[in-house]
Design a protein around this ligand. Structure first.
Ligand code: ZN
Length: 258
């Protein structure tokens, strides 16, 4: 079967990186995009990708959840690091907006948007695709990335409105499926509605998934994203693998058939 790409993994949070990468290889994972959320994880991502060349691809980002932890000098340091090192990364991410009440309490919409605009400008300058977080902020996030002139982007783990999904597809963007595709209604609807040529796979590991039985995910669980996606689309797993890997290679500029 075509090798799978985990297009959104927090590899710096793996308890045992070597074991996780080894297990992913055995499960048929052909590549992992390691997204970053702050200075520490961005630094780690660059190191890890050097240990697994052609397998772990680093992305550099600043997560909306991280903003409230930073004072002004640290914020500048974080953005400066991305600006200085984005040429070494495959993508900008994880960046975005999060309108969950608990997040808004510590980092309001205005500061989130301001940070996102500065980061998107860096993606444009370096001609890098973007891995976007958009929880409860789907419409604003779409408006921001369109206004910024971004053309290569994935709304990761999309669970938003069907109307916004239609608009983001028209704008040329992608969405990605996580293992929550096994049970989460809004996520399943988005996967059902998105055209096959705009769908990627991911894990967002080490996120915990499962309704009855909770488990801490790792990149090998992208197989679960694939199986759930194939079932939702009513196509063989091989076909879903071929499409999603080709899409990932196209969006992130990976070698074809990695
Ligand atoms: Zn993430």
């Amino acid at each position: 079967m075509t090798g799978l790409i985990d297009t959104h993994a927090h590899l710096d949070e793996m308890e045992d990186l070597a074991a996780a990468v080894g297990k992913a290889g055995l499960a048929g994972v052909a590549g992992i995009i390691a997204v970053g959320q702050d200075l520490n994880s961005n630094t780690r991502n660059l190191e890890m990708s050097a240990s697994y060349p052609g397998y772990v691809y680093p992305a550099l980002g600043l997560h909306p959840w991280a903003i409230s932890r930073l004072d002004e000098a640290q914020l500048e340091q974080n953005i400066g690091f991305i600006s200085d090192n984005l040429h070494r990364a495959i993508a900008l991410g994880e960046v975005g907006l999060d309108y969950d009440k608990r997040v808004l309490k510590t980092a309001g919409r205005d500061i989130q948007k301001e940070v996102l605009r500065r980061l998107l400008a860096l993606a444009l300058r370096h001609d890098k695709p973007v891995s976007l977080h958009s929880r409860y902020a789907w419409k604003d996030a779409l408006q921001e990335v369109i206004n910024a002139g971004i053309t290569k982007l994935v709304f990761h783990w999309y669970t938003g409105f069907s109307s916004t999904l239609t608009e983001l597809i028209e704008a040329g963007y992608y969405i990605s499926a996580t293992p929550a595709a096994e049970y989460h209604d809004e996520h399943r609807r988005a996967i059902r509605e998105v055209p096959l040529d705009r769908l990627l796979l991911e894990t967002d590991c080490p996120v915990y998934y499962g309704r009855e039985q909770r488990y801490r995910s790792q990149p090998s669980d992208v197989v679960r994203s694939l199986q759930a996606t194939a079932a939702i689309k009513g196509i063989p797993e091989e076909e879903a693998a071929t499409f999603t890997t080709a899409n990932a290679c196209r969006l992130f500029g990976l070698p074809v058939n990695p």
